[in-house]
Design a protein around this ligand. Structure first.
Ligand code: NAD
Length: 491
């Protein structure tokens, strides 16, 4: 990656402001941007309230028709330039993602790499055909259908992969001619918002087409009710998504819900134990387990359960947690004290209910230890709840059928992985799992611009984001019929 360190994200440019066509103060006040590892204040951003959202949505609606009318090649060129800016400023931007979201360097680097990939893929989609010729029921009558943008798309994103989860929706919406009002989580307003506003500002996106307004649930709910916003693209918790679906549904908006996960990694008895342990540790502990695709359950066949558990525990004991900016650590801080308390309560519940704690189980402030729980069983919170912390939960099973049955008991259905020495056996198990993403001989954390990403059950509402789903989600059909001239009807 061609990187250069300079002042692309100059604090004085956005201090106390949001991006409302240009950098402006908001009516909703300001909030500090904090480093969750040190609690240091990194800056402050403008916070949007309902008035700011209404203004942003109106401006976006006014700007959208001219953006949709731009040639696809022009839209693609602007998107590609934005991707260039992400890559060219990678070193500086990775630093921001690390400081603001508690990410270790490799995870922050993945955000830039994948972020640029999402934008470039969206640019390519802008150049795809967007219509079809339909059969006609009458001579001399032509029937066509084309995909048109919804208008203004409201994007709401979470803190954990702030850049990728924001830009994957923003780039897709812009590519096919929508304007965007984007509300990043205020805890990651820079990584999930300011960076994106800056790259599109410098890439030459016309003013007004992208509005970036950091804010809380109140601002998000205002987006769901705003008459100028036609679609909501939400990534976040099932609880938040359910509320968003309710409000947006009341206002008859299209809603895309990309929600939480409790993802099974199934390890069959013919798997290589060292490789399986490494997959389970990566899937469970990467970014402190704060990923929707994190491995939430390690389902392991009984004959190899003890061997796998010991290997994962050994790894967990040697994964250092600390401030990612100060050195080479494997785990950074958990995003908030409230989230640390939630993780602890789920671990305590499991231990009280008979689960064996093989590693970790506690925390030093925001640093939660890599934790391994064996003998997790249905009925424990650790079995069914999304923990969003670095906890590997091991469940043992006897037969392949039982593994499928246990995995399909979960309310969530985002991702799953199956590891086996036999591809055919892994596939046979995997194909029976109720998930939106299946990884054979890999753990559960996988993503990228070309896949239609999404989940079943409590993980979403059947929508997908990325890859072939861009046209499906961010545009709608218009059917047009044409006759050479008007003809009379019977009356
Ligand atoms: P959250 O639902 O609390 O917040 C996510 C975003 O929604 C934030 O911007 C928040 O301000 C906003 N929000 C919250 N309540 C809202 C409401 N009632 N109306 C409108 N907006 C509202 O989620 P979180 O706990 O901060 O984030 C972690 C969750 O996100 C986890 O459950 C995780 O699995 C999920 N997630 C899902 C995906 C995916 O692609 N499926 C990706 C990453 C994270």
């Amino acid at each position: 990656m061609n990187t250069q360190a300079h002042n692309f994200i100059a604090v004085e440019q956005w201090q106390g402001k949001a991006f409302l066509g240009d950098w402006s103060a908001t009516c909703g006040g300001v909030t500090d941007v904090n480093n969750p590892a040190t609690c240091a204040v990194l800056g402050s951003v403008g916070i949007g309230n309902a008035t700011d959202i209404a203004e942003a949505a109106q401006q976006a609606r006014l700007a959208q028709p001219a953006w949709a009318a731009r040639l696809p090649l022009e839209r693609a060129a602007i998107l590609n330039k934005a991707a260039d800016l992400l890559e060219r400023n990678a070193e500086e931007l990775i630093g921001w993602i690390m400081r603001e979201s508690g990410s270790i360097q490799p995870k922050a680097a993945i955000e830039i790499e994948h972020g640029a990939g999402f934008v470039r893929h969206a640019a390519a989609v802008a150049l795809e055909p967007n219509g079809i010729l339909l059969p006609s029921m009458e001579a001399d009558r032509s029937n066509t259908a084309k995909r048109v943008p919804h208008g203004v798309v409201g994007v709401i994103s979470p803190f954990n992969f702030p850049l990728v989860l924001s830009i994957r929706a923003i780039a897709a919406a812009l590519a096919v001619g929508n304007a965007v009002v984007h509300k990043p989580d205020p805890r990651t307003a820079v990584s999930g918002g300011i960076i994106i506003a800056r790259i599109f500002e410098d890439a030459g996106l016309p003013s007004g087409v992208l509005q970036v307004v950091p804010g809380g649930a109140d601002a998000g709910e205002a987006m769901c009710a705003d008459p100028n916003i036609a679609m909501i693209s939400f990534t976040g918790s099932a609880a938040g998504g359910s509320k968003v679906g309710e409000v947006a549904g009341r206002h008859l908006k299209k809603v895309q819900l990309e929600l939480g996960g409790k993802n099974s990694l199934i390890v069959l008895d013919d798997a290589d134990l060292d490789i399986a342990a490494s997959n389970a540790a990566w899937g469970s502990f990467l970014h402190q387990g704060q990923i929707c695709m994190s491995t939430g359950l390690v389902l392991v066949q009984k004959s190899i359960a003890e061997g796998l558990a010991n290997r994962i525990a050994e790894k967990a004991r040697h994964l250092p947690a600390g401030d990612p900016s100060t050195g080479r650590v494997a785990l950074g801080p958990i995003i908030s004290d409230a989230q640390v308390a939630k993780i602890q309560s789920i671990v305590d519940d499991a231990v009280a209910a008979g689960s064996r704690l093989l590693a970790g189980g506690g925390h030093d402030g925001r640093y939660y230890q890599a934790t391994v729980l064996a003998d997790v069983k249905p009925g424990m919170l650790a079995f069914g709840e999304e923990i969003f912390g670095p906890v590997a939960c091991l469940v043992s099973f006897e037969t392949d059928d039982e593994a499928v049955e246990l995995a399909n008991r979960l309310d969530y259905g985002l991702a799953a992985g199956v590891i086996s020495g036999s591809l055919a056996r892994a596939r046979a198990v995997g194909e029976r799992l109720n998930v939106g993403q299946l990884h054979i001989n890999d753990q559960t954390v996988n993503g990228g611009p070309f896949a239609p990403f999404g989940g079943r059950g409590r993980s979403g509402n059947g929508s997908r984001i990325g890859g072939p789903a861009i046209w499906e989600e961010f545009t709608q059909w218009v059917w047009t019929s044409e006759k050479p001239q008007a003809t009379p009807y019977p009356f």
